[in-house]
Design a protein around this ligand. Structure first.
Ligand code: 3PY
Length: 260
């Protein structure tokens, strides 16, 4: 994940991901083998519980992509379990203040004074190292530099405070959730691409991330939207989601058959 973000920030190809809402080892392995840089395992809105998250992380990593877990909230135990499962990155929804971002960064890093940033992550987990192809002690030594911490800006308050959030040590990236952002501004969520106020807010977040030397990502559900975001300067985008792909493809095939 981190190498693909650095590549994108250096002007190379964008970091491209896919998005999982369904549970299942074989699904996660299949999507993880498609050649994308990362696969997001959505424990916020997906049908993915704690055990399924562990399986999906291992499956995505074995397929060659980086597993990223969107945790359900910003609580310590959620972040700890995703990282202990071997997530290369965590995405935390609804970050609205620098205080919240500081707590998230601390939960995601071991208290290792030799590495920066230092935090409060418990050191007991022994399952994370295989997804980085590292021995356990090596993982423990290097996790603080390997793990990528992404916070979502997806509310009016988050946009207002985005510069302070981007400045927090240990926060690596800001990621726009455009549906929630539009919703928090009083619009219908799915209308977000057409709403100038939402577009202006995401441009402000992109500028804040770039100004503080952080990575910037944007949610997208297909190549067209993803390409538009890459042209605007976002470093990382998803370009689909399992539930959307299945729904669109099956509906289209049924309609083609019924009109054949
Ligand atoms: C949003 O669009 O609000 C997201 O968080 C993507 O799921």
């Amino acid at each position: 994940l981190r190498a693909s973000l650095e590549r994108a920030a250096a002007g190379g190809d964008p970091s491209v991901g896919q998005w999982l809402e369904f549970p299942g080892y074989t699904l996660a392995r299949t999507v993880g083998s498609l050649g994308c840089d990362w696969v997001l395992i959505d424990c916020e809105h997906g049908n993915i519980d704690d055990a399924a998250m562990y399986h999906a992380v291992a499956a995505v990593a074995s397929g060659g992509a980086s597993p990223v877990v969107r945790v359900a909230g910003s609580e310590n135990w959620m972040i700890k379990r995703a990282l202990d499962a071997g997530a290369h990155g965590i995405m935390v929804p609804m970050c609205e203040t620098a205080e919240q971002a500081t707590a998230i960064a601390r939960f995601a890093h071991y208290p290792n004074p030799q590495t920066f940033p230092s935090g409060t992550r418990g050191a007991g987990g022994l399952f994370a190292n295989p997804s980085f192809a590292l021995a356990a002690p090596e993982y423990l030594r290097r996790a603080n530099e390997l793990v990528t911490v992404i916070v979502q800006i997806e509310s009016r308050a988050g946009v207002t405070n985005c510069a302070e959030i981007a400045a927090v040590d240990g926060i690596d990236a800001l990621f726009i959730g455009p549906n929630d952002l539009a919703s928090s501004m009083g619009y219908f969520a799915f209308d977000h691409p057409k709403i100038p106020e939402v577009q202006e807010a995401s441009a402000k977040v992109l500028a804040a991330a770039l100004d503080k030397g952080k990575f910037a990502g944007h949610f997208a559900l297909g190549a067209e939207e993803a390409a538009k975001r890459v042209k605007q300067g976002w470093h990382f985008v998803n370009c689909g989601a399992d539930v959307v792909a299945i729904t669109a493809w099956m509906t289209s095939e049924m309609s083609k058959l019924s009109s054949a």
